[in-house]
Write a protein that binds this ligand. Structure first.
Ligand code: TYM
Length: 333
């Protein structure tokens, strides 16, 4: 086991999709055998968009179940719920004293949300990156497996860690985003507009709970074009996206066959999508069924959450004690 700490989380805002799987979870699953790992459901972060309180619990349970169904082993990793760890909001408060309005306002995710929910531009949205930094720094993480969309947040976590270290003395390692493929990835949506997402582009996002039928239908509607007219021509971006999905879930020789067909101008997108649809069903269906099974076992999920909470709090309270001391908040010593 390597001596580097891994932390990452997923918001409980909706159904997990292929982007969450390949951008984050696949790395979690590989990392669990190599590093001490802390993975959590970011329920506090989901409050920035004011979800229905009645939906929060089923959503948290679903994300936990999906994590386990995808291959996370709660015996190997610390799997917990963010709001079970009171040390996180305390560190968040401390980090907020080191985060400046200007830099927070410039964050792409904040600007995006301020545009899409103009009636709810709350302070939680503005300080989203400091809460995320607290999640990461509370366990003194080195590696954070995330998708491309989280890159800027990680940059800010490094800035806040450096700022704290500079002002109060070294204590936080610099956390770096991580992907086994070396580059952070973005799984595009099937309609060529943006990325797969929990809340947008639902017809162009493949969810881990989609029925076989829904998967086939969505894949058949993926954006393609008239096909290549010249041998060995470069693929337009939408076609690259379809091939990228094929590479993720299909056998290598299947993928190579379609690449060769494309190069020879003999490609039939109908056949390609049919194959992709079937391979996608083979990939998603076992995860969907396993999730359903785990979700029904509330006792099991409660046990996992409690165990995770204990382990995560042990680590978090060590860090928080140290941070309090460094900041001079140790009046009884
Ligand atoms: P969230 O819940 O939006 O997404 C969870 C993870 O999935 C990745 N992801 C994608 N990767 C590739 N292609 C896509 N289309 C795609 N969509 C989502 C995300 O990059 C992420 O890794 N702020 C975080 C949750 C969080 C967190 C943290 C993450 C809170 N605290 C601390 C790491 C460390 C979020 O909203 O992710």
């Amino acid at each position: 086991m390597e001596n580097k700490i891994v932390v990452s989380g997923i918001r409980s805002t909706g159904n997990l999709h292929l982007g969450n799987y390949f951008g984050a979870m696949l790395n979690y699953i590989k990392m669990q055998d190599q590093f001490p790992c802390y993975f959590f459901v970011a329920d506090y972060h989901s409050l920035t968009t004011h979800p229905d309180p009645a939906q929060l619990k089923p959503n948290v349970f679903k994300v936990l179940a999906e994590n386990i169904a995808c291959g996370l082993d709660p015996n190997k990793v610390t799997l917990y719920v963010q709001s079970d760890i009171p040390e996180i909001p305390e560190l968040y408060l401390m980090l907020n004293m080191m985060a400046y309005k200007g830099e927070l306002e410039k964050t792409a995710s904040f600007k995006d949300k301020a545009r899409t929910q103009p009636d709810n531009v709350n302070a939680g949205l503005l300080t989203y990156p400091t809460l995320m930094s607290a999640d990461i720094l509370i366990h003194k993480a080195h590696y954070v497996p995330v998708g491309k969309d989280q890159e800027q947040h990680l940059e800010m976590a490094r800035t806040f860690a450096q700022r704290f270290n500079h002002r109060y003395g070294d204590m936080f390692p610099e956390p770096h985003p991580f992907n086994f493929g070396n580059e952070l990835i973005k799984i595009p949506s099937l309609d060529g507009n943006g990325k797969m997402s929990k809340s947008e582009n639902e017809n162009a996002t493949l969810y881990l709970c989609d029925s076989d039928d829904a998967i086939r239908k969505k894949v058949m509607k993926a954006k393609t074009d008239q096909g290549p007219t010249e041998m060995n021509s470069e693929m337009p971006i939408d076609i690259q996206h379809v091939f990228a999905l094929l590479k993720l879930v299909s056998a290598e020789d299947t993928y190579q066959k379609f690449v060769a067909n494309y190069a020879a101008c003999t490609i039939r997108y109908g056949d390609l999508k049919k194959q992709l649809g079937e391979d996608m069903v083979q990939f998603i269906a076992p995860i969907r069924e396993k999730t359903k099974e785990i979700q029904q076992d509330t006792n099991y999920l409660h046990r996992i959450m409690k165990e995770g909470k204990e382990k995560a709090r042990a680590s978090a309270s060590r860090t928080l004690d140290e941070a309090r001391k460094k900041m001079g908040i140790n009046f009884y010593a």
